[in-house]
Design a binder for this molecule. Structure first.
Ligand code: F0G
Length: 482
């Protein structure tokens, strides 16, 4: 899409929507922010939203809905079975993905539960470009083993590679040769690869993977939760797709897959999820689990109002002018931080801006969670809530040792059409201040550590009273400013 040019020469993203409904948010004084962080066990998941100024924890279920989505919610058909709302949603997904079969689920991880229980047997191997936390948990709980075979470029924090989410084809062939295709449950590709910074894969890469899958009779499963960002990047960055519409690219991608599942908290900008399936036999294998875990086959645990919103949201996911808003704001934020010398993941991806905590706080060892520490420091400095994506988000090894993460990222999600440019500029300003004062920040240690998905509700404390010093410095530099 053409960049809109300004007479002044300034390059800023321009919103292609206007604000119709707003929510008041609070900015607490820095002392109260420190107290709130303590109360939350130094885990941003445990903060109360009333204490948060800009909530950049996630883009899950918090993207702004459109007027058309809100309007559609009023015509939902709430019959338990055979609802018109389901038919509309199923038809829309058929139109968008060209797959005949659809199973509704209440959110993305529920799809992972159903797929995991159906296809993952003890000892099975699941190659993927990169894992997502809930995906790995569902595969592991069924006795499977995740094999991450992202290209080496994908793990470089700074790069100019346009498709850091690509799978390494040699590694895929190597895994098949080593274990035999029989051991492989399916190959999983994640669009907009979440944990490495919202990085896309290319259409060409997916085509090559399909070829390998065909050769060995393997299923290809796409996690499409972050598909809209990936679609935008394919259109922007992949020469063969420049003249294709987003709808055409989508059909091309989905034609290569056997199963597409998604969290509609991201794709479709509402709350729910789904599994789209190409073949009836594969669909039948999973179908029984829906009434068991989710709800009847025509709602799958979703509210019918949300389903109507997803149906419109899927149409909007095919509109380039709508899906470009996230990546453009993120790219602005990343560029401004790079100008200030602040280490971030490049190139800018989807989902949000990812600050490289390993470099930002290179004096903190990974077993003291530099990304987690940075999340608490940024909240204290600004009231902005981000999310740790590093060692804290990993699960300990069976022998109790830390599984040290490849990257230590502070994810600052940019929910679509939610924040204004001045709010983004505020985050940049406070990050710059924090970077100047990074030597004040130290690590964290667990005081309560759950066994699974510990980052959701584990509680930590600072290894020293460094947060007090940070507050003192804030007061010194900003006077009585919030
Ligand atoms: N797959 C991907 C790529 C995701 O990003 C998520 C969720 C899921 C699956 C699970 O979906 O939350 O609807 O159950 N990501 C959220 C996040 C939690 O904050 O990035 P869910």
């Amino acid at each position: 899409m053409e960049q809109i040019k300004f007479f002044s020469g300034e390059q800023i993203p321009l919103e292609m929507h206007k604000v119709k409904i707003v929510q008041k948010i609070n900015l607490l004084p820095v002392e109260q922010r420190k107290a709130a962080m303590e109360e939350a066990g130094n885990n941003t998941f445990l903060l109360q939203n009333r204490d948060v100024y800009l909530d950049m924890l996630t883009d899950s279920g918090v993207n702004a809905m459109s007027d058309r989505q809100q309007a559609a919610m009023l015509i939902a058909d709430d019959s338990y079975a055979g609802s018109e709302t389901f038919t509309r949603m199923a038809n829309k997904l058929r139109e968008v993905f060209g797959m005949d079969y659809f199973l509704p689920v209440h959110q993305g991880r529920a799809a992972e539960n159903v797929i995991g229980q159906t296809f993952v047997e003890p000892g099975a191997i699941i190659p993927m470009n990169y894992h997502f936390t809930t995906t790995k948990a569902h595969i592991t709980i069924n006795g499977g083993l995740v094999e991450e075979i992202i290209t080496d470029e994908g793990l470089k924090v700074t790069s100019d590679h346009p498709f850091k989410g690509n799978m390494d084809l040699d590694k895929l062939n190597g895994l098949i040769d080593k274990h035999g295709a029989d051991k492989i449950a399916f190959v999983r590709m994640e669009a907009g690869t979440n944990l490495i910074g919202g990085q896309p894969f290319s259409l060409e890469n997916l085509r090559d993977i399909r070829e390998i899958c065909d050769k060995h009779g393997l299923m290809l499963v796409l996690d499409a939760s972050l598909l809209s960002d990936n679609l935008y990047f394919i259109k922007e960055r992949e020469a063969c797709c420049r003249d294709m519409s987003i709808r055409e690219i989508t059909l091309e991608l989905s034609g290569l897959c056997d199963i597409i599942y998604f969290s509609a908290r991201k794709l479709g900008c509402a709350r729910g999820g789904g599994i789209c399936v190409k073949e009836e036999a594969v669909f039948n294998k999973m179908r029984e689990l829906i009434p068991l875990y989710e709800g009847f086959l025509t709602y799958g645990g979703m509210s019918v109002r949300e389903m109507e919103a997803i149906t419109i949201g899927m149409d909007e996911a095919m509109d380039e002018e709508i899906i470009c808003q996230g990546p453009k704001f993120i790219s602005f934020m990343v560029d401004e931080l790079v100008k200030r010398g602040i280490p971030v993941v490049t190139p800018a991806g989807g989902l949000g801006c990812h600050v490289n905590a390993m470099e930002f706080l290179d004096h903190i060892p990974q077993n003291q969670y530099p990304a987690g520490a940075l999340a608490t420091a940024l909240y204290i400095a600004s009231g902005v809530r981000g999310m740790e994506r590093g060692t804290m988000s990993e699960q300990r090894n069976p022998d109790g040792s830390e599984e040290i993460s490849n990257m230590e990222l502070l994810r600052l999600a940019v929910p679509r059409r939610v924040f204004t440019l001045s709010q983004i500029k505020y985050v940049i300003d406070r990050l710059e201040w924090l970077y100047e004062n990074r030597n004040l920040v130290e690590g964290l240690t667990f005081v309560e550590e759950p066994k699974t998905l510990r980052f959701f509700f584990g509680r930590l404390e600072p290894v020293s009273p460094w947060q007090e010093k940070l507050v003192e410095k804030f007061r010194k530099d900003f006077g009585d400013s919030l």
